[in-house]
Ligand binder design. Structure first.
Ligand SMILES: [Zn+2]
Length: 411
């Protein structure tokens, strides 16, 4: 039960903004916005999708901050009535569409805050998915760090020991004999390194980030889509409630996520596959099969680092140069004064020049730029901004919501 997951977490006061009013675009507006989103996907070079609990409500799993969300109801002393077990739930249209979009190379990476394992169960491959807050259907070795897929959801949350031994020996690895634990983060835990690094790199490289069913209040996950904006890409938010970053979005679609995705897929001419248990690795009875290894390959991180350097580093350099140029114009008062004087002189010369030109004479004004010595333009050498990030909700006092929920883009 989703509630048992919530109950298993330690008490935490700051759950963010809860139960905000839902908004629905009209059918016509929704159609136009979905058409625009499909065009943007079609024209993008690197699309990343960020998913939250809102994409799993159609599977019967309650969200957290929606009008009937776990935390919203908890505040009223209530619990969600509609609830099924993680083992019973199956991937939604949106989960299956993500698998198709990855396979057809329209989407390069999915970053999920969801722990329900529905992305994994849709049949998506590990190298295309980051699970920032863990997964009920995976377990991790405390010694070698490898992750493996389970046949049923873990009973514990908060990275507790599962009293089982590492399967590395059975799945083509050296004997490890480490102990396994669940991968579900509690509030005070750090995010998984490889998942976070890949998410950071993909979000930076992306020229289109699409957020589905998340109010973007949890950090650092909720801030990752902003990396796309930082490097000049577009941000699209699809959610029923306002989100923390609506003001920064290029397009906001207020509607049911499944409905949005079905319309977009139709426009792209792609069929959403049906869920099949034969494609669901959690239904694989052979727990020693190679595909049960759910560890992110280090080669993927290396590849993404190379791409990041190629795509983002030149942009960083350009921005640094710009910042330097701007600083250079007002480094010291003396320089400013000298500049003003030079400007006045130049103006005088220009006036004279014009007078001369008017009378047929010629004159060339001297360049008056002041170039400080010993301060070369610096270039950024650090490739990744990743720090060890804790899972928390950003201070709600800083949360601002746009009152203008209209689409920021003309359709
Ligand atoms: Zn191990």
């Amino acid at each position: 039960m989703s509630c048992s997951y919530a109950d298993g977490l330690s008490p935490y006061e700051n759950k963010g903004v809860l139960g905000q009013e839902e908004r629905y675009d009209t059918a016509e507006t929704l159609r136009l916005k979905c058409g625009l989103l499909a065009d943007w996907i079609q024209g993008a070079r690197h699309v990343v999708v960020h998913t939250g609990a809102g994409i799993s409500t159609a599977a019967g799993i309650p969200d957290f901050r929606g009008t009937n969300g776990v935390w919203t109801l908890e505040q009223k002393g209530l619990k969600p009535s509609m609830n099924i077990s993680f083992d019973e739930a199956i991937p939604t249209k949106t989960h299956m569409a993500m698998k198709k979009l990855i396979e057809s190379k329209k989407v390069k990476f999915v970053i999920s805050q969801n722990i329900d394992g529905l992305h994994l169960r849709s049949g998506i491959q590990r190298q295309y998915l980051a699970e920032l807050h863990g997964n009920m259907f995976t377990e991790q070795c405390d010694k070698c760090g490898r992750q493996f897929i389970r046949n049923f959801a873990t009973k514990s949350v908060g990275k507790k020991s599962l009293d089982t031994v590492c399967r590395s020996e059975q799945i083509g690895g050296r004997p490890c004999r480490g102990r396994m634990h669940d991968t579900i983060l509690d509030w005070e835990h750090n995010l998984p390194d490889s998942d976070l690094t890949l998410s950071d790199l993909h979000s930076s490289v992306a020229d289109l980030s699409i957020c589905l069913g998340t109010t973007l209040q949890i950090i650092p996950s909720g801030n990752l889509p902003l990396y796309t904006k930082k490097y000049g890409g577009r941000l699209v938010i699809c959610n029923l409630q306002p989100t923390k970053h609506d003001k920064k979005a290029d397009l906001i679609i207020n509607g049911n996520v499944d409905e949005i995705i079905i319309t977009v897929m139709k426009k792209l001419g792609l069929e959403i596959p049906e869920y099949e248990s034969s494609m669901d690795p959690t239904r694989n009875s052979d727990t020693t099969a190679k595909e049960m290894d759910w560890t992110i390959p280090t080669s993927r991180i290396k590849e993404m680092n190379v791409l990041y350097k190629k795509v983002c580093k030149p942009m960083r350099r350009k921005r640094k140069t710009f910042m330097y140029e701007r600083e250079r114009t007002d480094t010291t008062k003396r320089e400013t004064k000298a500049r003003k004087q030079a400007f006045t002189v130049k103006q005088e010369i220009k006036t004279e020049d014009n007078n001369l030109a008017a009378t047929g004479g010629m004159y060339k004004a001297e360049d008056d730029r002041v170039v400080p010595e010993g301060n070369p333009v610096k270039t950024e050498e650090n490739t990744v901004d990743v720090e060890t990030c804790r899972y928390s909700v950003e201070d709600v006092t800083t949360v601002e919501h746009s009152t203008n929920m209209e689409m920021n883009q003309t359709v």
